[in-house]
Design a protein around this ligand. Structure first.
Ligand SMILES: C[S@@+](CC[C@H](N)C(=O)[O-])C[C@H]1O[C@@H](n2cnc3c(N)ncnc32)[C@H](O)[C@@H]1O
Length: 287
């Protein structure tokens, strides 16, 4: 993946060196079981480093601003040195060409906007990408702090007036209510964590909860349903499983389509041809 806002500069010995906009960071990458490409001097230029064992960030310059903004196509995302080594954006989730195409196709054929349900939606990159293309979005995440961060990203992107419903809730509770209300969507996107909590502390465990949850999503697929993406960072959950799950659910879509699956990976800019495996992903489209 070649982008302006993000470059994986180097990786190895369980770490990765990343350029995120103007800021260079070092974070753990247990999957990088190889040697480094760049000299030490390049790693020493890092502005910040996350220590997994201590759970803290350290800074080369103590006056480094703790927030910065990156422009990703039409949207702007505020980055922060957050808990768990997160920064407010997963580069492996930024390339949503299939979604953009589904929205464009829908808009050619229908007079109403594409309706997207974004579940486990975090700081809203996909929400804002879709909204910038004219979609109506329902953004669901159990963490109020993430939803507030996503709203701030909407303001930074000049998209705060767009039709986005911001929901702080457990995805299962929200989807159950939508089912009862008879709500229907044209697209659904979900990136469930291995372990999470609903807004009232309800425990989410992917191995027990994903399958029954996906089943409830079937009732939210509208007449012009044309897109669904399921991705996971869960170790050991392989492409076949993710693909099988999505195929089973979307076989009930009113319009038949295809499911393709791929690794969530960022290729190194170095041209070493090394991919940092981040998980698996499957996408349903009708064209
Ligand atoms: C891996 S992140 C999703 C990242 C997102 N795909 C992106 O690229 O920005 C997982 C998110 O799920 C949320 N979450 C975890 N359990 C949840 C639950 N039961 N209901 C709703 N959200 C939940 C977390 O708060 C977190 O923001």
């Amino acid at each position: 993946m070649k982008t302006q806002f993000y470059r994986l500069l180097d990786s190895g010995f369980g770490s990765k060196l990343e350029q995120v906009g103007d800021v260079r960071i070092i974070r753990p990458a247990p999957q990088a079981t190889w040697i480094l490409r760049l000299p030490d001097s390049e790693w020493k230029k890092a502005d910040a480093e996350y220590d997994y064992d201590k759970g803290t960030w350290s800074f080369a310059n103590p006056d480094l601003p703790r927030e910065w903004t990156v422009k990703i196509g039409e949207i702007s995302m505020i980055m922060k040195f957050a808990a768990g080594g997160q920064i407010g954006m997963f580069p492996e989730h930024i390339d949503n060409q299939d979604l953009f195409q589904a929205i464009a196709n829908h808009q050619k054929e229908h007079e109403r906007p594409f309706r997207l349900l974004n579940l486990f939606a975090y700081t809203g990159a996909a929400t804002l990408q879709a909204a910038s293309l004219g979609a109506e979005v329902v953004h669901v995440d159990s963490a109020k702090s993430s939803v507030n961060w996503a709203k701030a990203n909407a303001v930074a992107s000049g998209l705060s007036e767009k039709p986005i419903r911001w929901i702080v809730d457990d995805v299962r509770k929200f989807v159950q209510r939508e089912k009862v209300r008879g709500s229907r969507y044209d697209g659904i996107l979900l990136d469930p964590p291995s372990f999470g909590r609903g807004s009232n502390g309800e425990i989410w465990k992917i191995e027990a909860d994903l399958l029954p949850f996906m089943k409830t999503l079937m009732s939210l697929m509208g007449e012009s349903f044309s897109y669904m993406k399921l991705s996971t960072h869960t170790q050991g959950m392989l492409q076949d499983e993710v693909k099988g799950l999505l195929k089973g659910i979307t076989a009930h879509s009113p319009i038949p389509g295809n499911v393709r699956c791929f690794d969530l990976a960022n290729v190194e800019e170095s041209g070493r041809g090394i991919f940092l495996d981040c998980g698996s992903c499957a996408v349903f489209t009708i064209k």
